[in-house]
Design a protein around this ligand. Structure first.
Ligand SMILES: [Zn+2]
Length: 399
């Protein structure tokens, strides 16, 4: 079996570790995660690594080198609800495959390799993302341990039941010398590589992301008696904005904007909508472009509101700057890929966002079918995964 086929088979094995029979749902600190850990820790051992689990629940496996320096590799093992098989696990099994090659050849590098299998990136259970990489970067606040899951269990208690000590998380932060870098292999979750007919590509940035909540306030009234020209229909204005935001983003290179949640009040068939609240998510790989787009979109909303005699208010709910991948590591990925090397930006967030606080970050994207992710239809080609293992191995050699 090729390394690519073996890696895909391991993703299948991990897909069977789920809390919901019939679909893949592997939350933070769950029974499903415990079973996944048994498999992954076994594979890490086979590859000649010493394995530990830190208190938040990250598996951390080290393949010693001749010197004290370390290259970090990894991805996350948790999933969204009704997930695919590859978002996260692929990066873990490909990293292990690259270490296995060194172990099989009985080789030691001048630096150590540490494979990280993060406990939580998606935030399914506690609605708080990147728990694993934030713990490693020393950026997990103690108050967050009091967050509760859908069953009312606190994060601290979930960590205890999983075998960790919530009071000792701070001590797990990376405390050694600055690592040589953090590298992650991940499915693209977009259609760029498929469109180019390429198996892999080097990531040059993880897009920044702004979220806003917009409220359109008009006036509720009787659907049968208020004449059309006297209406202040909040949904007519809101709906116009949804379309306008789409067209604005579509006409700006690299920009994406999404209204994903909409609440209509009072929400009755025979009442004119008096108030509409909606989310707005704006992303771009360049911070300046993202900020300018956010401001323009809010202006657009106000103009549309004025036209419909509807008041518009907006407030930011979260903002995250783009993370530039290290030019040194991007260049190394390009060299490892060879002639066909392309660079692309990631629209999705990744553990690299927080790992960038402790080291340089580099990512390799693997083509996935139709750009589909966070969906059971997620699919990769075995041949592409083989390329990913080869490229990662070359990358490590070049480093
Ligand atoms: Zn992921």
């Amino acid at each position: 079996m090729t390394d690519g086929a073996a890696a895909v088979e391991r993703c299948e094995i991990l897909a069977a570790c789920t809390d919901e029979p019939g679909r893949i749902t592997r939350p933070f600190a769950s029974d499903a995660m415990r079973r996944a850990h048994e498999h992954v820790a076994g594979w890490m051992h086979q590859a000649g690594m010493t394995v530990t689990r830190d208190n938040i629940g990250n598996l951390r496996a080290r393949y010693e080198g001749a010197g004290p320096e370390t290259l970090l590799l990894g991805s996350h093992l948790d999933s969204v609800r009704d997930a695919g098989k590859y978002d996260g696990p692929l990066g873990v099994v490909v990293a292990i495959a690259a270490v296995q090659r060194l172990h099989d050849a009985n080789r030691r590098l001048p630096f150590g390799l540490e494979v990280l299998a993060f406990a939580d990136e998606e935030g399914l259970r506690f609605g708080s993302t990147y728990l694993g990489s934030r713990a490693l970067a020393g950026r997990l606040d103690e108050e967050e341990l009091q967050r509760r899951d859908a069953d009312g269990l606190t994060m601290a208690e979930a960590i205890r039941r999983f075998g960790g000590d919530p009071t000792r998380i701070a001590g797990d932060r990376w405390s050694g010398a600055r690592p040589l870098g953090y590298v992650e292999v991940h499915i693209e979750q977009g259609p760029v590589l498929e469109g180019l007919g390429l198996p892999v590509g080097a990531v040059n940035a993880i897009a920044g992301q702004d979220r806003f909540e917009l409220t359109f306030t008009g006036e509720a009234g009787h659907a049968g008696t208020v004449p059309m020209k006297l209406r202040r229909d909040a949904l007519v204005a809101g709906a116009e904005f949804v379309g306008a935001a789409f067209h604005y983003a579509a006409s700006h290179e690299g920009l994406v904007a999404t209204v994903g949640r909409l609440m209509v009040q009072p929400g009755a068939a025979n009442v004119i909508p008096g108030e509409v609240t909606m989310s707005l998510d704006v992303r771009h790989a360049a911070d300046g472009e993202r900020e300018a787009a956010g401001a323009s979109l809010l202006d657009l909303a106000r103009h549309i509101g004025e036209r419909w005699n509807v008041r518009v208010s907006a407030s930011p709910t979260s903002s995250r700057a783009a993370v530039r991948c290290s030019p040194r590591l991007v260049a190394l990925w390009r060299k490892a890929i060879g002639e066909d090397a392309v660079e692309l930006a990631s629209g999705a967030g990744h553990d690299g966002v927080y790992m960038s606080e402790i080291t340089d970050v580099g990512m390799l994207f693997v083509r996935c079918k139709g750009g589909i992710s966070h969906n059971p239809a997620e699919a990769v080609d075995v041949a592409d995964v083989q390329v990913a293992v080869d490229v990662l191995s070359r990358f490590i050699e070049l480093l």
